[in-house]
Structure formats: structure tokens, C-alpha cells
Design a protein around this ligand. Structure first.
Ligand code: AMP
Length: 179
């Protein structure tokens, strides 16, 4: 099992070990901080301003039907491409920090949330620890992940398949592009 090598280019500003990563963002709950779209946009802004991150590029926003309980609002989703010197665990820490900044509370499993941020890909690295599974589990079955990923990088390969050859990356069931 392998992924396309995805090391970002070296630079002379202290970012010589940049790794190209992809994060998946989702929100379907408004709160005093903002609406779902605002939660995602604020998280993207924070990633772009982070000292250990370079080259932040976001997909369009998409509306998707919830995977879990159906008595909850549709989600707003996006994928972000970035280069970072952060380790996988530090990147997960940052994802969880972004969730806390959106005042995420856990109401129920796969339920509504102000912000969910997942590490989808960390370069070509395969990770399987108690805390982190990368590529993210279920990535191949989720059109709200694959379609924005393919929008950002149609050349990407996942598990020795080009993303554009994965059927779910063309399946728009329950998905609408918002912007
Ligand atoms: P969630 O309910 O989706 O926010 O899941 C959070 C949990 O999933 C955390 O305890 C993480 O340690 C774990 N996890 C495992 N792999 C990943 C990943 N690739 N990205 C984000 N969280 C992950």
C-alpha cells in the first residue's frame, strides 16, 4: 500500500522539511462564534496565519447530507491543502485546537458539530497509532472528501489509485458545490 510521494519542496527559510498535507473540515452547527461556513472560513484563516504552515489552499465549500443521525442539518465541507513542518501528532493537536476555537461540544456520535477537522493525508506517510489513522479511515467512501480533494489535486493518488479513477470522486449523491 502506498501513496504518491508528496513532499513539498525545500526552502531556505527554516521550512526545509515541509510535508504536503490535506485536512478535511466539516460543520453543521451555528453558535455564537459563527455559522457553519464561517467556522470553516475562520479555521482556514487560522491555518494560513500559523507560523509552521505554508501554502494554504482551500477547496470550494460543499453542502453534504449528514452520515449519522438524519435529524440534523446538512454539513458544510471543505478540504485544505497545506505544507507544514509540524509532525503528524502536532498537526492533529492543531486540528483539535481549531475545533475548540469553534467551541465544539460533543452532543452525540456522528452528530451535529460546530467544527470537525481531520487529517486526511500527511504526505505519503501511512500512520496507524491509537491516536491517528492516516490516510483518514473511510476516505475512499466519502464523496464530500474525495470531490474537494480532487478539485485541489486531480493528480493525487490514494492506495495506488488515481483519485479521479476512484468512483466516489465522481459521485455527487447528496453533495452540492456552494462556492
Ligand atoms: P472525531 O469524532 O471525528 O472528531 O474523531 C476524533 C478522534 O479520532 C480523535 O480522538 C483522534 O485521535 C482520532 N483520529 C484518528 N485518526 C484521525 C485523523 N486522521 N484525523 C483526525 N482524528 C483522528
Amino acid at each position: 500500500m502506498s501513496l504518491t510521494s508528496n513532499k513539498a519542496s525545500a526552502s531556505n527559510d527554516g521550512f526545509s522539511t515541509l510535508t504536503r498535507c490535506y485536512l478535511g473540515l466539516g460543520s453543521n452547527l451555528s453558535n455564537e462564534i459563527g455559522t457553519p461556513s464561517q467556522h470553516i472560513e475562520q479555521a482556514i484563516d487560522r491555518l494560513a496565519a500559523h507560523a509552521d504552515i505554508r501554502h494554504v489552499r482551500a477547496s470550494s465549500l460543499y453542502a453534504s447530507q449528514p452520515m449519522g443521525p438524519q435529524d440534523q442539518p446538512d454539513f458544510v465541507n471543505a478540504v485544505v491543502e497545506l505544507d507544514t513542518v509540524l509532525t503528524p501528532d502536532a498537526l492533529l493537536d492543531l486540528c483539535q485546537c481549531l475545533e475548540q476555537q469553534a467551541m465544539r461540544v460533543r452532543l452525540r456520535h456522528w452528530g451535529e458539530r460546530s467544527l470537525d477537522v481531520d487529517v486526511l493525508l500527511y504526505g505519503a506517510t501511512l500512520i496507524d497509532t491509537p491516536r491517528l489513522t492516516v490516510p483518514h479511515a473511510g476516505i475512499l467512501e466519502r464523496n464530500f472528501v474525495l470531490i474537494p480533494l480532487a478539485e485541489l489535486n486531480p493528480e493525487l493518488c490514494l492506495f495506488e489509485q488515481r483519485i479521479i479513477d476512484i468512483p466516489m470522486s465522481h459521485d455527487w449523491t447528496g453533495l452540492v458545490r456552494l462556492s
